[in-house]
Design a protein around this ligand. Structure first.
Ligand SMILES: CC(C)(COP(=O)(O)OP(=O)(O)OC[C@H]1O[C@@H](n2cnc3c(N)ncnc32)[C@H](O)[C@@H]1OP(=O)(O)O)[C@@H](O)C(=O)NCCC(=O)NCCS
Length: 331
């Protein structure tokens, strides 16, 4: 157990941001050789949101964070630490977290980015939790997942361009003087030997972009990624439950990474979950990587799918390969 004391860390407020522009399957069918029917049946995605050219990851993160602060009933001056999970940071450096810190007018608190692809938000939650448990300094922490994936999508590659969208989601984590509520357990994992199944091979230091050569685009072996996704999400979900002694039947709401409807259906089958307990919003947003889980959590709360006292299981999978699961007793 991460925090055996009388203290717990809860989700105090959530926020989300979606760019205004929507891109439909039919519009994509005018750009590449695909169809609404193919995309719906293979992925479950119907629309995704695409940021404006001038709209940066930091702008989306800032909006999501403003809403999370409002919903938490806190001021920027209450925040002691900010972590942004992203694979599409505004710049190589400084971190997007420092840009969001400035935008929000936070105090001179620690700010850094964390990169674990689609598992990034749950990795950041785990890091924030560890810091909050270890130190009295961190009472209220902003954890944000934000992506402008449209900038690293190859819009001529039909096997990937139909999958992704832009968004940001944010959570304010707060320490409370109550035992065993909020984040109960968190498990993380990674397997670097399968990194090339899903990656952006260019644009980094190993193969820099020069002029129009080596543009940084997502490359993926979809079939292999699919198989790994189901296997590792099932395992990490079972691991987090077995470490806490909670039965899968006791879980009230499961929020999986929103990558593909069929991956989620396969997970439901493997974990023998009741489908009505699994929250899915990917039809309207697509795969938004690090923003996926906070965005889905935000929507699930808005729709009244999660209530105080509920057991909530978050499960993620992403490039790296990485995976993560977080068990929460909602407060
Ligand atoms: C990408 C994905 C939807 C493809 O579905 P699939 O059933 O595996 O399809 P395949 O890759 O085997 O392709 C089957 C055919 O459809 C074609 N195809 C691929 N994308 C297409 C599209 N958008 N429209 C129409 N046809 C398409 C392929 O070219 C292939 O044609 P071929 O048989 O003539 O070669 C699926 O593999 C997937 O979701 N993988 C996981 C991806 C993911 O979630 N990544 C992020 C993880 S964080």
């Amino acid at each position: 157990m991460k925090h055996p004391s009388e203290h717990s860390v809860i989700f105090k407020g959530l926020g989300a941001y979606l760019p205004k522009n929507k891109l439909t399957n039919n519009e994509l069918a005018q750009m590449v050789n695909t169809s609404d029917e193919w995309i719906r049946t293979r992925t479950g995605i119907v629309t995704r949101h695409i940021a404006q050219t001038e709209e940066k990851t930091s702008d989306m993160c800032t909006e999501a964070a403003r809403l999370a602060l409002k919903n938490a009933g806190l001021q920027p001056s209450d925040i002691d630490l900010i972590i942004v999970a992203t694979v599409t940071s505004d710049k190589i450096f400084p971190s997007t977290a420092t840009i969001v810190q400035k935008n929000l007018g936070l105090g001179p608190v620690p700010a850094f980015d964390l990169e674990a692809a689609c598992s990034g938000f749950l990795y950041a939650i785990d890091v924030a939790l560890s810091m909050m448990v270890r130190s009295a300094t961190y009472k209220n922490v902003l954890v944000i997942g934000g992506e402008k994936l449209s900038t690293i999508v190859d819009w001529t590659d039909r096997s990937t361009c139909v999958l992704f969208g832009d968004a940001a989601g944010a959570a304010v984590l707060s320490k409370v003087n109550e035992a065993r509520v909020g984040i109960i357990e968190s498990v993380l994992g990674a397997d670097g030997s399968n990194a090339e199944l899903l990656h952006v091979p260019t644009g980094g230091i190993a193969m820099p972009t020069s002029n129009d050569v080596n543009k940084p685009f997502i490359k993926m072996n979809g079939k292999e990624v699919f198989k790994h996704a189901v296997r590792v999400m099932e395992k990490v979900a079972r691991d987090v439950l077995s470490q806490t002694g909670i039965d899968i039947k006791d879980i009230d709401c499961v929020i999986p990474h929103q990558a593909n409807q069929r991956i989620i259906e396969s997970l439901v089958e493997h974990l023998k979950l009741s489908p009505e307990k699994v929250f899915i919003n990917l039809s309207k947003v697509g795969n938004t990587s690090a923003a996926s889980i906070p965005l889905a959590l935000f929507d699930a709360i808005q729709e009244g799918r999660i209530k105080r006292g509920n057991w909530v299981l978050l499960v993620a999978f992403g490039a790296g390969l990485t995976w993560a699961s977080t068990l929460i007793k909602w407060h």
